[in-house]
Design a binder for this molecule. Structure first.
Ligand code: CO
Length: 292
């Protein structure tokens, strides 16, 4: 190729690059950045459990004032039940579609789950699907409560700080986590291991996963513990906490432990009622907002 032809080709390429850049810039200017937050919880139908969501809502709005906050529940069953009593809550899909319609361009979705189980991974897929041409410019998902070694450490410290003040050292504290068939179930035992390095009489079991209550009871017996405080390790003190943990039916944790001669004092307060726990979720949201 002759030299002048090469020069013409080079100039042509440069002009094209400039045209594309100018076009992209112009397009970007037309669409102003509109940032929003979507908080996604499993949900609860128990009215007393709403304090947890109210606390998260308050904390998030205080930490990130000026950014509009929307809510969604992942549980279809809970949304259906609430709808029957006239309370409407969106699924993450509907909430995001509405935000898109409202002109949001950048969205930070924050999972309010405890571990990254099925619900979290479903949410991850949903978030991904909203990043199509014509969808959000940028959408990101924040990690659940337990997700890194640092968050495990913080959650462990919060557990230690939140145990009842009148609890004596030889008394146990038994937390009820939810549990799952998902591999992330391992977080519960991992957290218990770390907490027990600081206070050997704190236990974390699961209502629907490992370690089950029988496992926890065996540990209590080994340590000759005769009195425990029962606390939910779930964001809300909902159905599981009120019935499976503190209920009077034969198979509740309170009944099982009482039958085994272990006095149990239930405390119906979800983890999201404690500011030191909410701060962990809020910081995960902050990390996402920094990257948007
Ligand atoms: Co459940």
């Amino acid at each position: 190729m002759k030299k002048w032809k090469q020069s013409v080709a080079a100039v042509f390429c440069m002009v094209m690059v400039v045209i594309v850049a100018v076009h992209a810039e112009g397009y970007g200017k037309k669409e102003k950045k509109k940032l929003g937050i979507l908080l996604v919880a499993f949900g609860s139908t128990i009215p007393e459990a709403q304090v947890s969501f109210e606390n998260i809502d308050r904390e998030v709005k205080a930490s990130f004032s000026k950014i509009p906050v929307r809510w969604a529940y992942t549980s279809h069953m809970i949304r259906k039940k609430l709808a029957r009593s006239g309370k409407h809550l969106d699924s993450p899909e509907v909430a995001l579609a509405k935000m898109l319609d409202e002109g949001f361009t950048h969205v930070a979705v924050q999972s309010l789950h405890t571990i990254g189980g099925y619900e979290f991974h479903d949410l991850r897929r949903t978030v991904h699907q909203f990043q199509y041409p014509g969808g959000f410019k940028h959408i990101m998902l924040g990690f659940p409560l337990l997700s890194s070694q640092e968050s495990m450490q913080r959650a462990g410290d919060a557990i230690l700080a939140n145990i009842p003040k009148d609890r004596k050292q030889n008394e146990g504290v038994v937390y009820m986590g939810h549990g799952t068939h998902h591999p992330s179930n391992a977080f519960y035992a991992a957290l218990m291991f770390q907490v027990q390095r600081k206070d050997p009489n704190i236990f974390i079991g699961c209502v629907e996963g490992y370690p089950e209550i029988n496992e926890i009871m065996a540990m209590l017996k080994e340590k000759n513990i005769t009195k425990v405080f029962l606390m939910p390790f779930m964001s809300v003190a909902g159905n599981h906490a009120r019935n499976d943990m503190a209920g009077d039916s034969e198979d509740s944790w309170k009944s099982i432990l009482t039958k085994a001669g272990i006095e149990s004092v239930p405390i119906l307060k979800g983890t999201a009622e404690y500011d030191n726990m909410v701060a962990i979720w809020a910081d995960h949201l902050g990390t996402v907002l920094d990257q948007l």
